[in-house]
Ligand binder design. Structure first.
Ligand SMILES: NC(=O)C1=CN([C@@H]2O[C@H](COP(=O)(O)OP(=O)(O)OC[C@H]3O[C@@H](n4cnc5c(N)ncnc54)[C@H](OP(=O)(O)O)[C@@H]3O)[C@@H](O)[C@H]2O)C=CC1
Ligand SMILES: CC(C)(CO)C(=O)C(=O)O
Length: 321
């Protein structure tokens, strides 16, 4: 089965290399032609795998590669073909009119598109632009760091939870050859993955973690593990968590009462991590704040609830960009 990985960043290179090493035919679709040429010639270099022996050489995964624009142009001229599986591994900030147009040219009705973004709001935009595509939402807890145009470090073993995006053409479909082929590729690659019909709950839980850890670590310039013990950081964490949880509960999220403990646990387990938002701020890149705290503030407004902390977090992080 051929799988298109859209985006040659940390997550795209991690999943692309693992799937290819497991035997899948992987095609990396990158933004630039230069990276595509490099990947096609030299493959993806994967290090940090938990299952690799100490001192083992890096694994090199052979992949096909093209720029997304070239692949989209070629697709328009191609004849009939069977349904194809795609994984979208770009940041939320990249999902704008230009990318949506390229995806509309690349994907055909009945194709599958699994979206791995943190935050919310993208699935609605994608469903509107690609109404006949089977959209799946994924939440991954794998840790990945891009160390070069063809190099990725697997920084933390995690799991993928995914399922049909609510209201998309994928909802309610029985397993068929396309989904079966994808599940087999995951199994062969040894990727822990779980398909569920309740992926919204996972998305909300991840959103709650990102809404607290990401802006506060970015604003205070702290690794995740230092946040709870920081005098102001710890207090802000509690307040931002309470406000964000209340917004999600008003929107239908079923809280279990263990959310605060889970937040502290993630800070402990990722203690040495630079959060993705802090990494973006340090590198001078746009952050995903609009799709995290910005979306929570918009959700609150729809329910007539105040969200002063989410609004402030979004404004302050924007000021750092
Ligand atoms: N890193 C991690 O451990 C985790 C990340 N996530 C989420 O996964 C998503 C991706 O994150 P991550 O991989 O870290 O991000 P990166 O910034 O490392 O990678 C994003 C990639 O998307 C590419 N891109 C941007 N625009 C386009 C385009 N038009 N066509 C093709 N490619 C494009 C970028 O290309 P270029 O380099 O040329 O700009 C870049 O290579 C985010 O939403 C993040 O929150 C979720 C869990 C863990
Ligand atoms: C869970 C957390 C905060 C881990 O760093 C993350 O997802 C991120 O950095 O975006």
């Amino acid at each position: 089965m051929r799988i298109d990985l859209i985006g040659g960043g940390a997550v795209g290179l991690l999943y692309g290399s693992r799937l290819a090493l497991g035997g899948a035919q992987v095609r990396m679709l990158t933004r630039g032609r230069e990276q595509a040429g490099l990947l096609a010639r030299e493959g993806i270099r994967l290090t940090g795998r938990a299952d690799a022996a100490e001192g083992a050489p890096a694994a090199v995964a052979e992949v096909e590669a093209l720029s997304l624009a070239d692949a989209a142009a070629a697709e328009a001229a191609a004849g009939g073909r069977a349904g194809r599986w795609h994984v979208l591994a770009v940041k939320q900030t990249a999902i704008g009119p230009e990318l949506l147009e390229l995806l509309a040219a690349l994907l055909r009705p009945g194709d599958g598109l699994l979206c791995l973004q943190n935050g919310i709001g993208h699935l609605e935009r994608l469903a509107k632009a690609l109404p006949e595509v089977r959209l799946y939402a994924g939440v991954t807890s794998e840790g990945a760091l891009r160390a070069g145009a063809r190099e990725v470090v697997h920084t933390g073993e995690g799991e993928l939870h995914y399922g049909p995006a609510p209201g998309s053409a994928a909802a309610g479909l029985a397993e068929d050859a396309l989904l079966g082929g994808w599940r087999q590729a995951l199994r062969q690659a040894g990727i822990a993955a779980f398909l569920s019909n309740d992926v919204e709950d996972r998305i909300c839980r991840k959103l709650l973690l990102n809404a607290v850890i990401n802006p506060l670590t970015a604003l205070l310039d702290l690794p995740n593990g230092r946040l709870p013990e920081h005098p102001q950081g710890g207090r802000l964490m509690k307040a931002l968590h309470a406000e964000s949880l209340a917004i999600l509960v008003r929107s239908g999220f079923a809280a279990t009462g263990e959310e605060w403990e889970r937040l502290l646990d993630v800070c402990r387990r990722t203690a040495a991590n630079t959060s993705s938002m802090l990494a973006d701020v340090r590198a001078g890149r746009p952050t995903e704040i609009d799709s995290i705290n910005g979306e929570l503030a918009r959700l609150a407004a729809r329910h007539g609830m105040p969200a002063p902390l989410n609004e402030a977090a979004a404004a302050l992080v924007h000021a750092l960009e």
